[in-house]
Design a protein around this ligand. Sequence first.
Ligand code: NAD
Ligand code: WQD
Length: 358
Amino acid sequence: MKTLLTGGAGYIGSHTAVAMVDAGHDVAVVDNFANSSAEAIARVEKITGKKVALYEADVADKERMMEILKTEMPDCIIHFAGLKAVGESVAMPVEYYRNNIDTTLTLLECMRELGLTNIVFSSSATVYGEDNVPPFTEDAPKGMCTNPYGWTKWMQEQMLTDAAKASKAECDRLKATGKEAGANEWKAPLSVVLLRYFNPVGAHESGLIGEDPQGIPNNLMPYISQVAVGRRDHLTVFGDDYDTPDGTCRRDYIHVMDLAEGHVKAAEYAVENKGTEVINLGTGSPYSVLEMVEAFGRACGHAVAYEIGARRAGDVQDSWADAEKAKAVLGWQASRGIDEICRDAWNWQSHNPQGYKK
Ligand code: NAD
Ligand code: WQD
């Protein structure tokens, strides 16, 4: 299968590129390096021993995307490209809506014109909102998002779902009337897989690729890693007065290589099916902030310094997946636990203390 990964130089995209090649599929990557570097793809090639076609382009640039897609004509597009920092999205909503929404609309227009039908989308557990009780099942109602980033995911899910529905209706109508599809008509029904990730963490076991946040990390695991390697003094734990066994929030931390392998299964599923499928990618097991801090200490061989601070605005107490649908539909489940997560995150961080910067 030929796959095209938008945002494929980023954290999850680069790991998925490795998993795709390992599964015997061809990979092309489109990235504008807004939050990544070409070095990640050079490392993917080093790990796999295979060439990855790399295009530097903005996915919202339709002319350029038409050229690239005509060249590649992928069986499946995996759409990772997007801006993802929750706090930044609150300060820069216009940029977040523009980038995240435009990339998806541009892809849909190109797919329609070229007759490409299969797309897997990076969504997020954030669309469940605050009112659901974990474990979250895919049919739980989507909630009110607490930030513009979350809304962009919510909206992109809706846009893709609506496009899949319209493509089916249009193809049925054309078939009934015996007419050919025009330039702006769907040539075949779309197949959309919306993957709702929980908390992706860890790194490829080689230590060659991993998460490389710019500036101060927003997320727990890269922050812990940078404390452990001496780049930062201590972690601030955002609140220890939640109604949980140790008072800290619980999350479903999923190894990024498990997540990557889930994308292989999702892309294979997308090419065999039509319509829209929503699937959680999580482990189904929650861990608290302090459990993660302790696990990392075991992996790196010394305690990770932390202080208890105030709650962070917008945090939910508990979030974890019901992971049964992924097992039933994709035949996939996470196999790596928190000790492997911390071992691999530490291997990456300790061998690349400044990330991809030499
Ligand atoms: P990332 O920032 O490492 O990767 C995103 C990539 O997209 C980057 O390489 C960036 O340069 C690229 N990009 C952004 N806008 C682009 C554009 N207009 N054109 C071309 N390239 C563009 O982030 P990630 O953690 O790998 O996340 C990948 C996807 O998964 C994102 O859509 C993100 O919202 C989603 N997601 C991430 C998490 C998480 O915790 N990491 C959780 C849920 C969902
Ligand atoms: C995890 C836990 C924090 C940092 C975010 C996005 C979500 C998704 C994944 C994209 C929480 C605590 C954190 C720190 C801490 N991204 N923490 N000190 O908030 O579950 O999810 O990333 O879709 O949309 O919101 O992940 O890693 O930021 O936090 O105590 O310095 O760690 O309070 O309980 P979160 P996280």
